[in-house]
Design a protein around this ligand. Sequence first.
Ligand SMILES: C[S@@+](CC[C@H](N)C(=O)[O-])C[C@H]1O[C@@H](n2cnc3c(N)ncnc32)[C@H](O)[C@@H]1O
Length: 323
Amino acid sequence: MAESEPTVATPDAVPVAAAPASTTAPPDPRAGWTDDQKRAFWKTHSYFEAIPDTIGPMRQLLREYSHVPDAEMDAHLFAVRDKLWAVHKYPCIGRFAFCDLNMTKSPHYQAAVRRLRASSDERLLDLGCCVGQVLRQLMHGDGVPASQLSGSDLHKAFIDLGFEVFRDGPPEASELTFIAGDLLSDDDKSCDVLEKSATLVHAANLFHLFSWDEQVKLGKRMIGFLREDALCGGESDSDDDRLTFLGTHLGARVAGEHRIMPASPRMRYLHNTESFQRLWDEIGAATGTRWRIAHDQTREGMGEALTGNTNIQYVQYGVWRAV
Ligand SMILES: C[S@@+](CC[C@H](N)C(=O)[O-])C[C@H]1O[C@@H](n2cnc3c(N)ncnc32)[C@H](O)[C@@H]1O
């Protein structure tokens, strides 16, 4: 389905669509690489030998919520990373991105927390939740009751391993709701139980796995997960109240089809602000809804550092019901 062991394909990483007329993509520095160079890059950028020093908030969560002693922390993280990696080789697993809780600094995340804490009627669904780190952060770090939180992922094994990561099993005793299922499959009905359940949907590092058409399908699915009142809204015109979807992902200065890692088998659509609005316009037109987006670079330099391509940026996004 998504990023996996490298199958070297050519041509490499050339944005091919949706470039705004005024901008052209810088040449991809990886374009002339040999297959061996691509493989070497994939290995060094997708499976880190060291734990990044940016995971302080996750260490704090594991220390305070899961009672993992500092002396055991790194061994614990390496061990669970390798179990997750054995399930599926997403670069976000190999490079410990599932331990990155820096999205808590996003104003959209903070708005979601305000809403969830202000009313027990609010419900957040985390799509592509992986081990459920965001849900544990919301629950323990941000004081949101578990009954207001649910998550879904393609890989049930990621959800199950989340209980090993956070030492809060057994799963059947958890107050958090997790559903495993394929969001893009017409045949997989597992996630149907989540329909009309949420007032906020978090989706981090998920859009960038997919093509434009798959993202339209994902967006339509996300709208289907909204409760009627979240979809129609009340009279409020406050940004906090209208925020509906939020997350982070890889974007691009010049939007288009990109190969995220040089040896990725698939091209995915990476957005800039204009293309992400256009995506939500298309999702809106297909569902009779209207959306306004924000799509801003965050953590400058991170997108380039992760991918070796100066065109790629790390982005935080929010999507609001349009007034
Ligand atoms: C790149 S990881 C991001 C995980 C987490 N949201 C984060 O930011 O650390 C993408 C996640 O999406 C899940 N995923 C991929 N394709 C999916 C699909 N079709 N349906 C549901 N989940 C999917 C993967 O299993 C994985 O956990």
